[in-house]
Design a protein around this ligand. Sequence first.
Ligand code: GDP
Length: 477
Amino acid sequence: MNTFPPVVSVLGHVDHGKTTLLDAIRKSNIANREHGGITQKIGASSVEVSHEGGISRITFIDTPGHEAFSSMRGRGARVADIGVLVIAANDGVMPQTKESIQLLKNANIPYIVAFTKSDLPEAQIEKVKQQLLKEDVIVDSLGGEVPSIEVSAKSGHNVKELLDLILLVFEMNYAQEKEVGKVSENSPLEAVVIESKLDPKSGSRATIVIKNGTISVKDMVGAGSVKGKVRSLVTESGKMVNSATIGDAVEVLGFEGVPSVGSIVRKEGEKETGLVEAPKAVKKQASGEEKLISLILVADTQGSLEAILYSLPERVNVILSKTGDVSEADVIMAKSTGAIILTFNLKLKPDLQKFALLEKVLLKNYAIIYELLDELGDVIEGKALAGMEQLYGAARIQAVFPFEKTQVLGIKVMEGRIAKGDKIRIMRDDIVIGESSVVSLRQGKEIASKAEKNQEAGILISPFLDFSIGDVILSHS
Ligand code: GDP
């Protein structure tokens, strides 16, 4: 019997099948849940599998993988023992696949590549393996050290085999750690916060994954600067338990505040065992260097916000960081402090983008943390706003006129200006139709260099795009 369950994080590009795979894995759970499926979302779930004649357990973390993962790393916590890198066999290596590979390599944990959607006729697993070579990931079948497996969450093909592989990788990599007795129920408690929130009724709720030792009701605990006395421990099936140990994920009630994702939970008076490394200081100390750039940072979740904050270059002065939406007040604050606004995983409303444009405040959204950090790094290295897009103007297409073999777009400028030579993006509602540029611009019969707010103009674009009347043109850097 495998004494302690491995803790597993599933990473990969959006839509490559992480959620579906986790669902398929949960379905393969052989444990009969007493609560008839009243599972509650606590951010992690355990499954039991028959393995080598016995029963083994595996704990999966199902919080949005990347953000949680990087914020834990930011705090130096190792929560996952093993990573599963999900790559859709029909789609191959995509930007977030690369990001996941980087995260896994930085975390220095063993990982398995799961080629998902292998049931699709378009699946091209050999091609994906070649793409992985370019990322320095050599899978076992090509002679490398990274175990890989083809799965289909849809048909269930190889899902059980993936679980067996996880247990095998765990035994191969961690058996020694267990044998030397470093990890035991009697060791000092070390657990990592993977989710936390303030519940209006029950107060602070934090889901923790235990990496060492045991936590019990009435224990005096601390996570970073947040202290508390454990009032209750709740499992994913909503069961109250008196104690929990290595590999378990439980929700802890009783913290006096909301501990940050990635912070390490210890019992009062207990020493560090060094298994989950000590957390780094939360705030970066002023390094004496002049802060070069003021930033307002807004992200979709607390996890991603923290992940970005931890990874920011030193010379960035964060004047505001929060989750949720960007407001006009934020734009005004940015304007008055000379800050830029970068957002992560938000849907910026066109009205707000227009407002930012009007106020000449740089506002840009990213879907990939590394891109945000890279571009910010470029700015600091003095490459000015290279790579960072600035919007110069917005116009609406009002009419179309045939002209020689092409068509002239009749536009009216709504904000800013549209000029000859501008790079433009055509948008329909919030969808990008395509990128092009303005090759000539006329006002009436006159050739002009630009059209400004409330002016009409006729423009030729190249390459030609399949636009419609009513589409919006954004000119950008
Ligand atoms: P996530 O964004 O990585 O969590 O991806 P999802 O699990 O939401 O899956 C994205 C889409 O792919 C959904 O429409 C799924 O039904 C589909 N999908 C996921 N796994 C499979 C699979 O093994 N085979 C097929 N054919 N489709 C899948």
